[in-house]
Design a protein around this ligand. Structure first.
Ligand code: ZN
Length: 321
């Protein structure tokens, strides 16, 4: 979290009577009888916040009319969603941190007042029990749970974590998986190029399929696996580009595919193939691979780390796996 975002979140917390969890940037706390959380569902957009509360009432969930009424209650409310007892109110984004804070503080007050006047009470989102429903993070997801449900999910995550720790990473099998997965990226490079495009899509497909392939056959994905997969992606991008040129050469010169594949270098030396176009194409493919694949790789490592962790917001230190 950068300093500007941190200041903005701290200002929201101070004005709304809440606190910022130091490890995961979720604003949380008890207010007006509700356990409320406020966070950016997509961390790439830290100023696009969502208010989340778990609340129930004897008369049942909010009706469509009430949902509409809540959405129109403040100009900064973008959408209101309800799933079981969980009410998620998404706020509009603003470029100005001051405006973000102002809107967030106003909306939190408004949402809680709305729930109270409509007969809602704070409730655990798993068992529906009224009363304490502490904000916590379970497998990377923000939840509101009573102490009994939290103990239960934490135990489950603990077991998952132990199981994962006991799973051995099989690097050779993982490499086979990544290789098979990266073939989807190669196909994507060739098909798109034959249609006249070079796109970030091939990088995305390559990364998603290669990482999935590694995890499926290798048992689990660690930094070692991610690094090996990335090197494989670099090689397979080169191969994909070479196959693409071989197809063009085979078509233009009427040669066999194998011969065309091997003659790319010779044709370039002879000047029959424009070296600038060849290398330019390859560089662009690598740029798109990095743009597409790096966020996916970092994201999936982070997600896998978070998947087996449960902790209470405000507890201080996030347990490490
Ligand atoms: Zn519960």
């Amino acid at each position: 979290m950068n300093k500007q975002v941190k200041n903005c979140y701290e200002s929201i917390a101070a004005q709304a009577g809440l606190a910022v969890d130091p490890t995961c940037s979720v604003i949380h706390g008890k207010r007006d009888g509700f356990d409320v959380t406020l966070f950016a569902p997509n961390t790439s957009y830290p100023y696009m916040l969502q208010i989340q509360v778990s609340a129930l009432r004897p008369a049942g969930v909010l009706t469509n009319d009430e949902l509409r009424e809540l959405r129109r209650a403040h100009k900064s409310i973008r959408a209101v969603r309800q799933k079981g007892s969980v009410l998620a109110v998404s706020l509009k984004q603003s470029m100005w941190p001051k405006k973000v804070a102002e809107n967030a503080v106003a909306s939190v007050g408004l949402v809680l007042a709305f729930l109270r006047t409509h007969g809602f009470y704070n409730a655990c989102q798993m068992c529906g029990k009224p009363g304490q429903a502490d904000g916590c993070v379970v497998g990377g997801e923000v939840m509101n749970l009573c102490p009994a449900c939290y103990a239960l999910v934490q135990q489950g995550k603990q077991m998952e974590s132990e199981k994962l720790a006991n799973t051995r990473e099989n690097v050779p099998a993982g490499i086979v998986g990544a290789l098979l997965g990266s073939l989807a990226g190669v196909v994507c490079i060739i098909v798109l190029s034959q249609l006249g495009y070079i796109s970030v899509i091939s990088g995305l497909v390559m990364a998603l399929c290669a990482l999935k392939g590694y995890e499926l056959l290798g048992g689990k994905l660690t930094k070692v696996g991610a690094t090996v997969t990335f090197v494989l992606m670099l090689i397979m991008t080169y191969v994909g580009d070479r196959i693409d040129w071989a197809i063009v050469i085979a078509r233009e010169l009427g040669w066999g595919f194998g011969e065309s594949f091997l003659s790319v270098g010779d044709l370039m030396q002879m000047g029959a193939l424009d070296a600038g176009a060849y290398w330019g194409n390859l560089v662009l493919l690598y740029v798109f691979l990095i743009v597409g694949a790096v966020p996916i790789m970092l994201g999936s490592l982070r997600k896998r780390r978070a998947a087996t962790v449960a902790y209470h917001l405000g507890d201080g230190v996030q347990p490490r796996v």
